[in-house]
Design a protein around this ligand. Sequence first.
Ligand code: ADP
Ligand code: MG
Length: 689
Amino acid sequence: MGKLTENFGEMVFNDRAMREKLPSDIYKSLKKTILDGKDLDITVANVVANAMKVWAIEKGATHYTHWFQPLTGITAEKHDSFLQPAGDGTAIEKFSGKNLIKGEPDASSFPSGGLRATFEARGYTAWDPTSYAFIKDDTLCIPTAFCSYGGEMLDKKTPLLRSTEILSDQAVRVLHALGRTEVKRVVPNTGAEQEYFILDKEDYLSRRDLVFTGRTLFGAPAPKGQELDDHYFGVIKPRVKAFMAELDRELWKLGIFAATEHNEAAPSQHELAPVYSVTNLAADHNQLTMEIMKKVADRQGLVCLFHEKPFAGVNGSGKHNNWSIATGLGENLLNPGSNPHENTQFLLFLSAVITAVDEYQDLLRVMVASASNDHRLGAGEAPPAIISIYLGDELTAILDCVESGKKYSPAKLANMQTGVHVLPDFQKDTTDRNRTSPFAFTGNKFEFRMVGSSQSISDANMGLNTMLAEVLSNFADRLEGKKDPIAAARRIIRDAYRDHKRIIFNGNNYSKDWEQEAAARGLSNLRTTADAIPRLADEKNVALFTKMGIFTEAEVQSRCEIMLENYCKVLRIEANTMLDMARRDILPVVAEYTAKRKTEADLLMIPAMINDSEKLKSILADLYDRIDCLAIAVEQAPKVSQTSCQAQFYKDSVLTAMKNLREVADAAEKCIPSDKWPFPTYATLLFGV
Ligand code: ADP
Ligand code: MG
């Protein structure tokens, strides 16, 4: 093994470890469970558990935990030691099949959106054998699903797994109808590019807004932002380089293929892209990646920020969700091949995605809705809140021909001539990239760019899988039993394109014109989370989820409630943090300095100084007023009944009052001497590392 590969996955109970540590009949039966979803026998589980325990203790583990993903969006764990009393004052190391399969964390403090009362505390975690167990911080972590005593799902993994199964079922039906009977299953694959900011820890700790909310609630722009484009793909600074190097080592040990790292557009902003994998694993790995990033940064005196918009005026962070579907044999169903216009199977799956995204625009919008992501979507830098698909000229032309019945003649592939002998000439791609589209076809996958950098990717992928499964099930109904399934498929493609082509937009999504055109096309434009979330409980979406067996109606309602509550809570924390900083830090400084300037101006009587001191005085008066306005709004908010109305109130009144307060505080910052300003400025934060 090479120097880089020898430690890869050493902390993972992966296929290699299983083959080494398990008797071959047990290994086979576990593999069957993993691949075919067969139920696991308790005797098998006992043997697996024991082997895991021995393996983990050998690697220094002392505890085990069921690792799960409650609706908070982050991961949870409760550690138990392997040690158990032997009865004679000594201890034995114990970890049984039962411990592996099932856990019972108290569920009462996790959000349930009214699904259960607090006294109904029992919750269960159930082993997900399709995601490998791993060791982190001397603890054997077992990826699990999480549900309540009554069987309601309380996590993000279970719906994702269900959507994966249902997508497979429906895609297989379509493939079988096309004569592809050798295909037994279909899996979604995801590669989530993670954007983040790196700050100096000391600077971070000096700002309560960053500590409590993950973003700056105040801050005048630095003289320099990202306008020179000199950070994007630029040379990585030594401290960041060291961070990335340690991060890679940690991730590789956990079997996570961290592949690409580069600087992003904003100063201090970076990106990490892993190699894609089966979506369930990609979701687990992304959660784990964020956790490890935070820890490694901390060890190096840095802080890693995942907030979607930590700084006003420079780009925010997203999580580009690259998504495709493939057969169990590894054939990517979204690969156009060399003759896409003749590739009916590809065009059919492509049409299914187009149909799904158009039919369920609102749902997709909800899946990425959060208070923090609102600052990013539509901010003229990130994809707008309007969902549309970028297909590129070639595929659009092909589908136009399918619709009109005209013959398609492929465009000639152009050669790129560099005009320099020593540089190679190369073939150009058939279409350019589009960086502004929220949902872009990028060669053999779709890149869903609206997902926020701090969000779990589970919701977005669960939504995509479910929508697609529904459309494929309709396609399968039309295909099954047809004598000429290919001709039937061509008709489906034609109809789908005719009915749903309004969702396709190959132009600039950031332009104002697009917003108008999208409205004319009847596309939905849910600007804020408060507007978007209630759409989740629309009849159509509830019908989709219940028909596909993903959620019950009660579960949909509860998720709505949780998301809205979360929105209100986040804004409340932000508003309170602002008030605290404004009253205790900003006001005293501005008041003292204003008085000082007034005295000086009175003494020296220079007109410019008098002007200046008057200006400061009016800023100070505004500060008082706007603090009051925000305080009143914050006080009123909880009195608004119904969570959806309360969310609207936060959006309209609280958020506006916050914006107004920030405006005047930032104006003050520009007048106060730098050594007097109570916290690190944008210049320090963004250029300090
Ligand atoms: P970029 O969009 O920056 O050019 P890449 O083409 O390298 O990036 O891919 C970005 C991400 O997409 C990576 O995480 C990569 O593993 C993932 N990816 C590539 N192919 C697929 C696929 N077929 N399905 C899902 N994700 C994919
Ligand atoms: Mg990309």
